[in-house]
Design a protein around this ligand. Structure first.
Ligand code: PHE
Length: 329
């Protein structure tokens, strides 16, 4: 096989380099022939030198050409090997986010924890004593009606509010204390602004003597609402709850119309957000407390969330509608 064919058939850059050393290196036939030139007579030397140079040139060029060819080949192989199919579907993990109800709930809890309230929970299934009786809701009180309350066969019921956690707490603790109780509650209700299950956060503060006043209640509620909604006007409206006296419902200036009047606030300019009051003496009596004072409040988390995030229909939050929920990322 002649050398040019051998070069052309080199299978790799390494093989080619070995060939180059063999053909043109210090110990190659050409190198030896060049060295032998000096022993030749001048005329012969010139002819032979020209011959050798031509041969050397031909081999060098052939090697360079083959080298370029092999390099290109290796590049193409590498490119082919590392190719990414950009049309391939990526098995992507979607990032989830907190449900708006959970987010509102966490924000409410966080505020009260910072205010040194402690977190309490109670059972979802209650007896009449904790859900009604101890809260000054006697037997024939209209709030106990079958239309509102889910009753079980054994006389137990699904709690209709978080206020029974007030009773659990007072029966198990000694004042002074400040507590909040978040959780699910149940009522037989279903329309634009009501679902059969919803969430409340209850608050209760009790201390000895007459330490706790309505002013304390007012302060914490206004501070909380300002923290939660921003700078909207807040008003306390006299109201009635069996377990507080005096009682109030609290409104914020309509965050939709700024108080001018709209469909959301039924043209009143105000939105009701929670109920509160000074703990009724009958409640303290039911748990055996004497010579204490306290305030309590209860707020609907769905109500606060739909107002804050401007959701028109409360029910839509429970339909698992990703288009809606993804807006809250
Ligand atoms: N439990 C009341 C409700 O569900 C709210 C409330 C709690 C009001 C505590 C006053 C004090 O509507």
């Amino acid at each position: 096989m002649d050398y040019l064919t051998e070069i052309n058939e080199a299978s790799s850059l390494d093989a080619l380099d070995r060939l180059r050393v063999e053909l043109l290196g210090k110990k190659s036939r050409i190198a030896t022939s060049f060295a032998a030139l000096r022993d030749l007579p001048p005329e012969e030397r010139q002819v032979k030198a020209a011959e050798l140079n031509t041969e050397k040139e031909a081999l060098t060029q052939a090697i360079e050409r083959k080298k370029a060819e092999l390099q290109e080949g290796e590049l193409q192989t590498a490119i082919a090997k590392e190719a990414i199919d950009v049309t391939l579907f990526e098995a992507r993990e979607e990032n989830g986010s907190l449900h708006p109800i959970s987010r509102a709930m966490e924000e409410i809890i966080e505020y009260f924890l910072q205010m040194n309230f402690e977190l309490r929970t109670g059972p979802l299934i209650e007896d009449e004593f904790h859900n009604f009786e101890a809260l000054n809701l006697p037997k024939y009180h209209p709030a106990r009606e079958m239309q509102d309350t889910f009753y079980m066969n054994d006389g137990m019921l699904l709690r209709t509010h978080t206020s029974p956690v007030q009773i659990h707490t007072m029966l198990g603790a000694k004042p002074p204390f400040k507590m909040i109780a978040p959780g699910a509650v149940f009522r037989r209700d279903y329309d634009l602004t009501h679902t059969p299950m919803f969430h409340q956060v209850e608050g209760l503060v009790v201390a000895e003597g007459k330490q706790i006043s309505f002013a304390n209640l007012k302060h914490i509620i206004i501070d909380f609402l300002t923290h939660f909604f921003g700078n909207f006007p807040v008003r306390f409206r006299p109201s009635y709850f069996p377990f507080t006296e005096p009682s109030a419902e609290v409104d914020v200036g309509c965050i939709f119309c700024g108080g001018a009047g709209c469909r959301m606030c039924k043209n009143t300019g105000w939105l009701e957000v929670l109920g509160c009051g000074m703990v009724d003496p009958n409640v303290f009596k039911a748990v055996g407390y004497e010579n204490v004072s306290g305030y309590a409040f209860g707020m609907g988390v769905e109500r606060l969330a739909t107002l804050k995030y401007r959701v028109g229909d409360l029910r839509s939050l429970y339909e698992g509608d990703l288009d809606l929920l993804e807006q809250f990322q």
